[in-house]
Design a protein around this ligand. Structure first.
Ligand SMILES: NC(=O)c1ccc[n+]([C@@H]2O[C@H](COP(=O)([O-])OP(=O)(O)OC[C@H]3O[C@@H](n4cnc5c(N)ncnc54)[C@H](O)[C@@H]3O)[C@@H](O)[C@H]2O)c1
Length: 324
């Protein structure tokens, strides 16, 4: 079933590698024995702080640059021998409510740029990061990889378009590209600043800053939260076995409602104050219940219990933001 040899000894480019998942992936690749990891990130949300551990290896080169510019990728491929690219660059979902067109085009342009370089022989393998958001609200559950793509935001529409681009380049040109599709990730280094932050970081930040946490809508919308370490572990294992042109969900089997999630964060942070109810966000997906049958079939898939991951994550925010 092996599709590719190991990542050990490879030159690897991670787009968006100073971000949340990307930086954990960089750490994992270095720990696995990558020869060199090159990061391109425009620091739209990412931070070099996320690469502090990685820098210690002496095998990381960071470019603060924009993967939407072909020329910015061009000089990287000219100066580094890259075997594999992990495409993590994106602008957060929330940004699509502010700048819908750019949220869309970033997802598409970066991916098309990489596919063109790959088609012309600049590197061998592309691992493209999709998102569960491409499915939209469930037509059937649990959602497997054949679930229709019904994006409800321009962020997800751009991601869906990028997925189709990857699949079509595989069919047309036989490039070695595959798609991993994480569901909601949480863990250390997830951005907690500003309106682009996700629910766990923003709630932790609010509580630590003495600001009342918020719940949008009735709180019954649910998500499947996976610990970021489990995601990068799965991605590096899938690298060896996922055939070109295929995609795979990466999630847990645990649905949690936003109301329940907020309750757990408050309990964990010993916050007993009020929670402000805000109107629901237009086009919020109601439910994301994944099928993990495929990922279980492909790899040895180990998952951290949510309460353990959540506790470690909240500890990290306490250290970063300051103690209550
Ligand atoms: N976090 C999640 O819950 C989740 C869920 C499903 C899928 N994903 C996917 O995983 C990947 C990583 O997500 P993340 O949570 O780490 O997001 P993130 O925002 O933390 O990281 C994305 C990084 O891309 C950088 N970036 C944005 N535009 C860029 C550009 N034009 N050129 C170079 N860098 C650019 C940002 O600065 C950021 O560091 C994304 O493709 C995302 O769609 C994430």
């Amino acid at each position: 079933m092996t599709q590719r040899s190991s990542l050990v000894g490879q030159g690897i480019l991670v787009t968006g590698g100073a971000g949340f998942i990307g930086s954990h992936l960089v750490d994992k690749l270095l720990a696995m024995g990558a020869r060199e990891v090159v990061v391109i990130d425009n620091l739209f949300v990412g931070s070099e702080d996320n690469l502090v551990e990685a820098y210690k290896s002496g095998h990381v080169t960071f470019y603060r640059d924009d993967a939407e510019f072909q020329t910015s990728l061009s000089y990287i491929f000219a100066n580094h021998q890259i075997d594999t690219v992990f495409n993590c660059a994106t602008k957060a979902l929330n940004y699509s409510f502010l700048n819908p067109a750019n949220a869309f085009s970033t997802n598409v342009t970066v991916t098309l740029n990489l596919l063109e370089f790959q088609r012309l022989g600049a590197f061998k393998t592309l691992c493209h990061f999709s998102t569960s958001e491409v499915y939209g609200s469930a037509v059937y559950e649990p959602m497997d990889e054949a679930h229709p793509k019904n994006p409800t935001t321009t962020y997800a529409a751009g991601k869906a378009a990028a997925d189709h681009a990857v699949e079509s380049y595989v069919r047309m040109f036989g490039v070695d590209a595959f798609i991993v599709r994480p569901f909601n990730n949480y863990g250390p280094r997830q951005n907690y600043k500003g309106m682009l932050a996700g629910i766990i970081p923003i709630t932790a930040w609010r509580i630590l800053k003495g600001i009342t946490p918020e719940l949008h809508g009735d709180g019954l919308q649910s998500r499947d939260f996976i610990y970021v370490y489990d995601t990068v572990d799965a991605v590096t294992k899938l690298y060896s076995v996922l055939p070109a042109g295929e995609s795979v969900n990466i999630s847990t089997d645990n649905q949690i409602s936003m109301r329940d999630l907020l309750g757990r964060i408050c309990r964990e942070m010993t916050y007993a104050g009020e929670i402000v109810n805000k109107p629901g966000r237009k086009s919020d997906v109601l439910c994301h219940n994944a099928s993990n049958e495929k990922v279980h079939r492909l790899i040895d898939y180990s998952l951290t219990p949510f309460e353990v991951g959540l506790r470690e994550t909240l500890d990290w925010y306490r250290q970063q933001i300051g103690v209550q």
